[in-house]
Design a protein around this ligand. Structure first.
Ligand code: MCN
Length: 763
């Protein structure tokens, strides 16, 4: 791994400070908070995908033992939620269903009782009168409006349309064109900790412990739903078991629990079950992609035409704009002279879709990288050579693509070269040829993907503050929220490096709207670039002030002041130094300050640099049993570039997790509904996520191409592994059987699908 020069703690593999707490069971999650007199909630949910909602009879449930209240949408009258600014108002979501239900699992009523068991039992006794309407499950049928409208006040099921971006014929001059239809299947995020909330009213204020990636955004929604001022709502996110994008924004159930607690004046807790989580937390991906990729015989790309149909599920939110990101990133790492991209976003009577690790970018990478492999087969070229021929060269940055993205920096060929070396690519190809010649039952497949993605773009500024408290403790505050990424460690590293103190001297405060000024939260792999840069700038200001003050106190020129080993002193005169505690005490005493200096050692910053474009090259090696169709991932190699790395250990951890998740999409995972819109994957017996048994050794390396868009030079890494790995694994499995005539197999590449593809090719 490339790191910074010795002397800087940045670029060093510091172990996560949060781990001792988490692995010894000392972490505190929402369910660990139990205020006195806490009530428990359970939801009554729609059993129909689409229907008119008639009377909801709550009388039996209300009379059940231990029940305190049963509330429906009519009782609570919460305002409809527009989960993303571009969502047409007619498609707003009532947090509890009103008039219609639009997916199986949609909450219809909340039962609040003295115990969780009592609430769950009583929920069974609520009688919901539903008049069935045709289910809208297939996005294409929904687009055509064949089965009617999901929202009668919106004149079609199309909630968004990104019109063709180019009038030029994208395929003009192409000597070879590959055409394909890819299904980028719907996935469930499956965070280890499902949704959890505890809302507790006290002295006119509401404190909400939640599992949220965006506490400030959640606070705003809770305030709106509960009719409170934002200042009267406090959101605290304690330790949190993952989110993967689906815990950004506000879940309907969370708003209902908060509003109910405010109304009843008592604390209420709701812990989601795994099955509820699988049907009611937003899903991700869900695109059908029709693609045409044209090239000349020598492999030079001439154009890409893509038509995307995106399933938004029942209530559109951020999923409405993700296909736009897919379009922006459809150029990938290549120079493609013409891109003609169009997307339709439709509502269906299924679980709503939202952000899921990568959110819009994995769909682009999967589309393009699969098509590149198909083109390589068509041209009888090695997929690595075809890719290399089309890579954007390093001297073209910043580079604006036909998709409309402006890439900050990149060295794609370096990453590809390193990958081929790391994986011993030519040896792998030799082994593949050997197995093909011998007709081995287990054929080897080698799948490449060279990807680029976008992080931190268009999300707004992030806040960071650094305070040297009078006792000398250095407190870092940041508006981002860690839920597995290790910000307690990395943000501390950034401040420690600026102030020349050991990490132990720094305490990180996050995820509490009372303790932090403001924040946009942790989404789009932005925390290091935006949050980290805000902390860096605040720390620099504190350092500048400390330098002035120390110069004054030590009667030295501030330019001679140095920050070493936790003290602030004069260069070359070790005995003339102050501890941070001494400096903080002096800073608090107006009599000891130089003229005009404000008391205190404290600074804050809002950082809002443009986004950055991490990239990398992945190689998956798969073995496919051609008799059974069973595909196994046997090796994985990844070279990733997230600009300047703050902590290689943590960045690598993010890549590992991402690769496991990307492999899950390629091989195992798919959310399935039947024709009536009933979820068929409502438990982890039916929805398969990979375990450690399915993930082989992952060999990683990095390149470091700094981003010019933030002072850390950092790009995001939280989603990259997911983006690069899915097409690599899919390509590997198809590659294993391509010599048998198999051209493409949609994900997930289950044994049955692979077996059927082999049979179809054989016949
Ligand atoms: N890092 C680094 N150097 C960089 C960039 C990042 O060392 N140049 C390291 C840092 O240690 C940082 C971590 O990587 O703590 C992630 O930083 P960053 O890429 O800025 O991403 P965020 O912290 O904003 O995390 C968000 C991202 C997203 S969007 C999803 S979804 C996601 C993910 O992170 N979900 C996760 N990683 C996850 N990891 C866990 N364990 N659980 C989830 O739900």
């Amino acid at each position: 791994m490339q790191t910074r020069p010795p002397g800087s703690i940045l670029g060093h593999s510091v172990r996560r400070r949060e781990d001792p707490r988490l692995i010894t069971g000392a972490g505190r999650y929402v369910d660990d908070f139990n205020p006195e007199g806490c009530l428990h909630a359970a939801f009554v949910r729609s059993t129909l995908a689409h229907g008119e909602l008639g009377a909801v009879d709550t009388s039996a449930a209300a009379a059940a033992p231990g029940v305190v209240a049963v509330l429906t949408g009519e009782d609570l009258q919460l305002p409809g939620v527009i989960a993303f600014p571009m969502v047409p108002p007619a498609l707003a979501r009532p947090p509890l269903a009103r008039e219609r239900v639009r997916f199986v699992g949609e909450p219809v009523a909340i039962v609040i009782a003295e115990s969780r068991e009592a609430a769950v039992d009583a929920a069974q006794q609520v009688v919901v009168d539903l008049n069935p309407l045709p289910a809208l499950v297939d996005p294409e049928a929904a687009r055509q409006g064949r089965d009617g409208l999901l929202f009668p006040k919106h004149d079609s099921n199309i909630a968004g349309h990104f019109a063709p971006s180019n009038e030029t014929d994208a395929l003009e001059g192409a000597e070879v064109v590959v055409r394909a239809r890819f299904v980028n299947q719907r996935l469930a995020p499956v965070p280890m900790e499902p949704e959890a909330v505890l809302a507790s009213p006290e002295n006119g204020r509401l404190t909400v412990w939640a599992t949220s990636q965006t506490p400030f955004g959640l606070r705003a929604e809770i305030a709106k739903a509960s009719g409170l001022d934002e200042a009267d709502v406090r959101v605290v996110v304690p330790d949190m078991g993952g989110g993967f994008g689906a815990k950004a924004g506000a879940r309907a159930e969370v708003l209902v629990v908060a509003a109910a607690a405010h109304r009843l004046g008592r604390p209420i807790k709701w812990m989601e079950t795994r099955s509820e989580n699988l049907v009611a937390m937003t899903h991700g991906r869900g695109q059908v992609q029709e693609i045409e990729l044209g090239a000349r015989r020598d492999g030079r790309l001439v154009g890409l035409k893509a038509r995307v149909l995106a399933d938004l599920g029942a209530y559109p939110g951020i999923a409405l704009v993700l296909p736009m990101l897919t379009g922006q990133m459809s150029s990938g790492v290549y120079e493609i002279p013409v891109i003609d991209y169009e997307a339709h976003c439709v509502v269906t009577s299924t679980t709503p879709l939202g952000a899921y690790r990568g959110a819009g970018r994995p769909e682009a990478a999967a589309m393009l990288e699969r098509a590149m492999d198909m083109l390589a087969v068509e041209l009888e070229m090695d997929p690595a050579d075809l890719r290399r021929r089309n890579l954007i060269p390093p001297d073209r940055f910043p580079h604006t693509t036909q998709g409309g993205a402006t890439y900050d920096s990149g060295e794609y060929e370096r990453a590809l070269d390193r990958l081929l070396e790391l994986s011993d690519y030519s040896k792998l190809r030799e082994e593949q040829a050997r197995r093909r010649t011998s007709g081995d039952r287990k054929q080897l497949g080698i799948g490449l993907s060279v990807y680029v993605e976008v992080t931190a773009e268009g999300i707004g500024p992030e806040w960071g503050g650094v305070h040297v408290e009078p006792a000398g403790t250095i407190v870092v505050r940041c508006g981002t929220t860690s839920f597995g990424q290790g910000h307690e460690t990395t943000l501390a590293q950034i401040a420690a490096e600026q102030l020349g103190v050991p990490m132990e001297a720094v305490r990180v405060v996050q995820s509490d709207t009372d303790a932090v000024e403001r924040g946009h939260g942790t989404v789009g792999s932005r925390s290091m670039q935006h949050g980290g840069s805000a902390v860096l700038e605040a720390a620099r200001s504190v350092r500048d002030k400390a330098r002035e003050l120390a110069g004054h106190l030590l009667e030295a020129d501030p330019r001679d002041v140095v920050f070493v080993d936790g003290s602030v002193g004069v260069a070359g005169v070790p005995e003339r130094a102050l501890t941070w505690t001494e400096l903080a005490a002096a800073a608090a005493d107006p009599a000891r300050l130089p003229e005009g200096m404000e008391p205190g050692l404290k600074a804050e910053a809002d950082f809002a640099g443009s986004g950055s474009y991490p990239f990398g090259a992945h190689c998956a090696v798969a073995e496919v049993d051609v008799e059974t169709g069973d595909a196994k991932l046997v090796r994985f190699f990844a070279v990733d570039d997230c600009g300047r790395i703050i902590n290689p250990l943590l960045a690598e951890g993010q890549i590992h997790g991402g690769i496991a998740q990307g492999t899950g999409q390629a091989l195992f995972e798919e959310v399935v509904f039947d024709a009536e819109g009933n979820p068929l994957t409502a438990s982890l017996l039916d929805y398969q996520i990979p375990t450690i048994g399915e993930i082989p050794e992952v060999v990683t390396d990095v390149t470091e191409t700094p981003s010019p868009n933030n002072p850390l030079g950092a790009k995001g890494v939280g989603e990259s592994g997911t983006i690069g790995s899915t097409p690599a694994v899919q390509n590997a499995v198809v590659d294993a059987v391509s010599h048998m005539g198999v051209r493409h197999i949609d994900m997930p590449l289950t044994p049955e699908r692979v077996w059927r593809a082999i049979q179809a090719a054989r016949s």
